[in-house]
Design a protein around this ligand. Structure first.
Ligand SMILES: [Zn+2]
Length: 326
C-alpha cells in the first residue's frame, strides 16, 4: 500500500475489525491518491474470513490466505462486485442490477461488498436507485463509494454514507516517494513544480514525470508567453491547450504566477517554481489584464466540466480568449 495510505488504512481496518464501519462508506479525495487500491483492500478486509475472529488482529486483516482472500486476489470472489467504467456515466440499469445482486444471499457467508468507483458518474436516476440500498442494506452487505468529485454526488447520497476524506499527502513525503520510484529529477524546483502542476497528487505526478509530460508543459507555456510576439503560434497554442483538460490548469497556474509577479510579490511562492522566466515574461501584461484573463479562464474552465460536456465551440471560445495574448 502507498505510504500516505498507511494511516487511513489502519484506521479503516480498525473500524472494520471493531464492526464500527458504516455499511455505506464514501471514500473521497483528489485523483491519483490510490483510493481505488484502498477501496479494494477494504473490500478484501470486509470479506476476509478472519475478520471478526480475533478482534485484536488489525494488522492481519485481511489475512491474505483464507479462501475468501484468495478469491479476491484472483478477482473471482462471487460476493465482491465492482462497478467501474470508462464511459461518461453509470446508468440506472447498472445500479438496479447491483442492488438486485446485493439483495441476494452471500455465497461465502461474509456478506456482500460492492465498490463503486467514480461514483459521481452515476446519473440522477442511478443515484436515486441506490438510495434505498444505502439506507437499508440487505443482509451484511457493504457499499464503498469512491469519488474524486464528491461535490457532484446528490446530497441524499452524502447523507446516507459515512464520509472518509483521504487527504493530499505532505509534499516532503511525496517527493521522497517519487525519488524512491526513480522518477524525481535532480532539480528540486522541477520536482516541486511537477507536484504543484498535479495538485499534490502522487500518482499523477509519478506519471507526469515518468512520461516526460513535464517537457510538454514547458513547451506549451513557453509558446503561450511567446504569443504576444509571435501571433502565428495561435493555432499551435490552441491545439496544444485543447489536447488535454489539464493543459488549461497549466495555463491557469502560469497566469496566477504571472499575476503574483506583476503585483511585486515574492518569487518564493511561485507554483511553477522552475519557470520563473516565462512567468515574468507573462507578467508584463500587467495586473489588470492578467486579473481579467484569469477570471475569464476560470469561467470558461467551469463550463468545460465533464458533467456539462465540452461545448462544441470550445475551440472558438479559446481562440477568442487567446486574442488577449496576441
Ligand atoms: Zn482472509
Amino acid at each position: 500500500m502507498y505510504p500516505w495510505l498507511t494511516q487511513p488504512l489502519a484506521q479503516l481496518t480498525r473500524l472494520i475489525v471493531d464492526q464500527q464501519l458504516g455499511h455505506a462508506l464514501l471514500l473521497k479525495g483528489i485523483d491519483g491518491l490510490g483510493k481505488r487500491e484502498l477501496a479494494q483492500h477494504l473490500a478484501k478486509a470486509l470479506l476476509c474470513q478472519h475478520t471478526g475472529v480475533d478482534i485484536n488482529a488489525t494488522a492481519s486483516v485481511p489475512c491474505g490466505h483464507c479462501h475468501s482472500c484468495q478469491l479476491v486476489a484472483a478477482g473471482s470472489h462471487s460476493d465482491l462486485h465492482l462497478i467501474s467504467t470508462d464511459q461518461r456515466s453509470i446508468s440506472v440499469d447498472t445500479i438496479r442490477q447491483l442492488t438486485q445482486i446485493l439483495s441476494e444471499s452471500a455465497q461465502l457467508g461474509q456478506g456482500k461488498v460492492a465498490v463503486i468507483e467514480q461514483a459521481e458518474k452515476m446519473t440522477e436516476a442511478a443515484a436515486n436507485a441506490l438510495l434505498k440500498t444505502l439506507e437499508e442494506p440487505a443482509g451484511q452487505s457493504s457499499i464503498v463509494l469512491v469519488s474524486s468529485q464528491p461535490e457532484r454526488l446528490l446530497p441524499t447520497i452524502h447523507s446516507r454514507c459515512q464520509p472518509w476524506l483521504i487527504p493530499v499527502p505532505d509534499s516532503a513525503q511525496v517527493l521522497h516517494w517519487l525519488a524512491e520510484q526513480g522518477v524525481a529529477t535532480d532539480n528540486a524546483a522541477t520536482n516541486i513544480t511537477a507536484l504543484n502542476v498535479n495538485q499534490g497528487s502522487p500518482l499523477n505526478t509519478r506519471h507526469y514525470l515518468a512520461e516526460g509530460v513535464d517537457q510538454r508543459r514547458r513547451e506549451l507555456l513557453q509558446q503561450c508567453a511567446q504569443l504576444r510576439r509571435e501571433p502565428q503560434l495561435l493555432n499551435t497554442v490552441q491545439t496544444g491547450l485543447l489536447a488535454q483538460p489539464v493543459h488549461i490548469v497549466w495555463l491557469q497556474l502560469l497566469l496566477q504566477d504571472a499575476l503574483q509577479l506583476s503585483l511585486g510579490l515574492s518569487t518564493a511562492q511561485l507554483r511553477l517554481a522552475d519557470s520563473e522566466a516565462v512567468c515574468r515574461d507573462m507578467s508584463e501584461l500587467g495586473t489588470a489584464k492578467l486579473t481579467h484573463m484569469l477570471d475569464e479562464l476560470m469561467q470558461w474552465r467551469r463550463r468545460l466540466q465533464p458533467t456539462v460536456g465540452r461545448p462544441v465551440n470550445a475551440g472558438l471560445q479559446l481562440t477568442q480568449w487567446l486574442t488577449h495574448l496576441t
